[in-house]
Design a protein around this ligand. Structure first.
Ligand code: BGC
Length: 723
């Protein structure tokens, strides 16, 4: 049991240097099995006899450290000899790095290691080695490391003498076995070009924005210096642009030893497409650089190809933004001084994420943190972990606790995720019930005595008043619509679990009635979208017609932000306006999904005009080029354009609905989704005289073609329709 081991630390201030904890040990006889269990306050790399243990990057991962710290177990049987040495090098990581600075309780926890090696001999005898004061500690060649700021590594350094490790009094009841998907290295990408920028900078372009780090190989003299900066984009003049990183330095400094050497960072990652060679000996050789993408180890499940190269690129961009922002938690962005588990972003993107990749395990672990951070009044912080110590809760952000479990249940049929979350869902809904100024709505009236102005509104919507990020959609309307939605999901969840949810059924009915009375005269696109998608209007047809008209009047362009955009195309296609939905999808002028594709995006941008037509940035403050939120349009392609839908009465694709919505402007579509019960494929193509549909399903399904339902069994089917 790892809890039988003792927490050990360095015992002296080692400054910024990452300490390395060491223990030598012998094995007595033939080893049948040996297992290492380990975790740290920070992030670690463990080595046994000079070989890295496991492939988990930034282990032990990111959790709500105050109550939940994962430890990992590794089979090390094959790594042991008779004389052995284990080294565990520890970086600040998230726990003690700059990212957690506003949470002193977490941030100021001392660097510490707890580990156990359990050896079983072929004789049946066992032996256990645990961290205690027999371990020693020394410096390492990692002189500095921080998630935001990068790393400094001195390959020429002489690691000083080691001293004894000391016992540290830290809790063990926070230790939990690894729950999540481990983060590891994935794509290795070679540069596509090297060039000198107009201002003289030497820049290497990897052709793809990603999150991870650069590996390089260099022949050098001892003491030669290498310095690399990272950037996602170039500015209007073609120069290296880092302002959107805000205070995150994202720099790598490396001091060479003599000879041929290869280096990649240990305890940091950057969001980048370009690097600038601030210092590099003897001119850099393109071949010596490789960008390595790191992200949680998820199985790819979704594939989309269409007749539009630009939509195909948008799909690739969405996959890349998912990869970059699934580094153990669902994050907003991987580059600037945030990289936080923003709950709103996660709920917006969870459905697309779940089609692209199998994310059940990933979200199960993160939802445990969400529940762990739910406050006693039932409110959910806006980021999990709540590193900034935010005290508020926002509509659409906090609703993550209802939306994500339900979405995962639909896709994977996992009831556990519902039963784990049900109490928290009720507590969130109850929080709203107790928080509002008006019964059956969630109203705050702005900065009233009762509430802080806490909602993020329709974040980054284009109808925002000057100087605001929040869009013009009524915050009370958004909050009340999501109150209804969360109450409904709580009811559905309770029914699945066989719980009595009559109280919430009644509540839901009252919210809907009160909403309809209160919010008449919808104004913004997002207000129409929410009323339609959450079923909060008696006049669906009229509301949808007005929404379609507003979009037409706006030149077939959207104005929606984080809250309206994910549901915009559904609100249209679900209410007789698939044509307008496709117009928005295929729109190429600003603002649109394809605008950024036309401007060279290789990931999804945070803001619709991250780069404007003159090549200028809309702002340096809130301008990530790798924010998955608007990539949520992909779930509309999976579930409407391709029509591959979970049936909520048969979750986890025990039975599927396949209802494609073909459109001539897209030409053809070929999508597949590897459900827990096998792969569903939906293809359609325009031919003279109509559309040819080809559907393959591993389960009994309802195919809907041109409004006609066909009950089909496992197999492949061809249909012809009008489209
Ligand atoms: C993040 C967003 C997040 C928002 C809250 C931003 O700084 O990057 O994606 O949801 O704050 O409104």
């Amino acid at each position: 049991m790892i809890t039988d081991a003792l927490w050990i630390g360095a015992g002296k201030d080692m400054g910024e240097i990452c300490p390395s904890f060491k223990r030598e040990f012998k094995t007595k006889k033939a080893v049948r099995r040996a297992v290492l269990a380990v975790t740290v306050i920070g992030v670690y790399e463990a080595e046994i006899n000079g070989r890295r243990v496991g492939s988990f990057i930034l282990a032990p991962g990111l959790t709500s450290y105050g109550t939940r710290l994962q430890y990992q177990t590794y089979d090390i049987t094959d790594m042991l000899g008779t004389n052995n040495e284990i080294n565990i090098t520890v970086g600040k990581g998230w726990h003690r790095g700059r990212i957690s600075m506003s949470s002193p309780d977490i941030h100021n926890t001392p660097c510490a290691v707890i580990a156990e090696i359990a050896i079983e001999y072929t004789s049946g005898e066992t032996e256990t080695l645990r961290t205690d004061d027999s371990w020693s500690v020394s410096g390492s060649r990692i002189l500095f490391s921080d998630i935001y700021d990068g790393e400094i590594y001195d390959a020429s350094a002489n690691i000083g003498d080691s001293g004894p490790a000391v016992l540290i009094d830290l809790p063990k009841n926070i230790l939990i076995p690894q729950e999540g998907t481990i983060v590891c290295e994935h794509e290795r990408i070679k540069p596509v070009r090297r060039f000198t920028a107009p201002n003289g900078d030497q820049i290497i372009d990897f052709g793809q924005n990603l999150a991870g780090y650069v590996e390089f190989t260099v022949e050098a003299k001892s003491g030669d210096r290498i310095k690399i900066s990272h950037a996602e984009v170039l500015d209007a003049d073609g120069n290296f642009y880092t302002e959107n990183y805000r205070s995150a330095k994202s720099e790598i400094s490396y001091i060479c030893r003599g000879g041929l050497q290869t280096y990649k960072p240990h305890f940091t990652f950057m969001g980048f497409r370009y690097i600038r060679l601030d210092a590099f000996p003897r001119g850099a050789d393109l071949d010596s650089f490789t960008a390595i993408a790191i992200y949680s180890d998820m199985r790819r499940t979704g594939f989309i190809k269409t007749g539009s190269k630009k939509i195909n690129r948008l799909f690739e961009n969405t996959l890349w933004s998912q990869r970059a922002n699934f580094i153990d938690i669902p994050s907003d962005c991987p580059q600037r001084d945030e990289r936080m588990g923003w709950t709103g972003d996660a709920q917006v993107f969870a459905k697309t994420a779940g089609y692209n990749y199998d994310v059940l395990k990933f979200f199960k672990k993160w939802l445990s943190d969400v529940r762990a951070e739910q406050r006693s009044d039932g409110s959910i912080p806006d980021t999990v972990p709540n590193f900034w110590g935010l005290k508020s809760a926002s509509a659409s952000w906090g609703d993550v606790i209802c939306i994500v479990p339900w979405q995962m249940y639909l896709l994977y049929g996992d009831r556990q995720i519902l039963s784990d979350s049900f109490e928290s869902m009720k507590r969130w809904v109850d929080y709203i019930t107790n928080d509002t100024l008006d019964k059956y709505l969630w109203t705050s009236g702005g900065e009233t005595k009762k509430l802080r102005n806490k909602h993020y509104g329709d974040w980054l919507a284009l109808d925002a008043p000057a100087g605001s990020y929040k869009g013009s959609t009524s915050e009370d309307l958004i909050a009340s619509a999501f109150y209804a939605y969360s109450a409904m999901l709580t009811v559905k969840t309770g029914r699945v679990l066989g719980e009595d949810v009559s109280e919430y059924e009644e509540l839901y009915g009252n919210i809907v009635t009160t909403f309809k009375k209160r919010f008449t005269g919808l104004k913004t696109q997002t207000e129409h979208v929410l009323a339609l998608y959450f079923d909060l209007t008696d006049d669906k047809r009229g509301t949808a017609d007005r929404l379609a008209q507003m979009i037409a009047d706006n030149g077939n362009k959207l104005q929606t932000g984080f809250v309206g955009t994910p549901y915009l195309l559904y609100a249209l296609s679900g209410n007789g306006h698939a044509d307008t939905a496709y117009k928005l999808l295929l729109q190429e002028d600003y603002p649109s999904w394809l605008y950024e594709v036309n401007h060279g995006a290789t990931t999804v941008w945070e803001h619709w005009d991250g780069i404007n037509d003159e090549g200028r940035m809309w702002s340096s403050d809130m301008n990530s080029y790798n924010h998955y939120a608007y990539g949520s349009v992909m779930d509309w392609i999976y579930t409407v354009a391709a029509g591959i839908r979970a049936d909520e009465n048969y979750p986890g694709f025990e039975r599927a609905i396949i209802a494609p919505a073909a459109d001539k402007r897209l030409g053809w579509l070929d999508a597949s989704y590897d459900t827990p019960r096998g792969k569903i494929t939906s293809k359609w193509t325009y031919m003279s005289g109509g559309v040819r549909y080809e559907i393959t399903t591993p389960v009994r399904s309802v195919a809907v073609i041109d409004g006609n339902e066909y009950h089909i069994g496992k197999g492949s089917y061809i249909f012809y329709g009008e489209g």
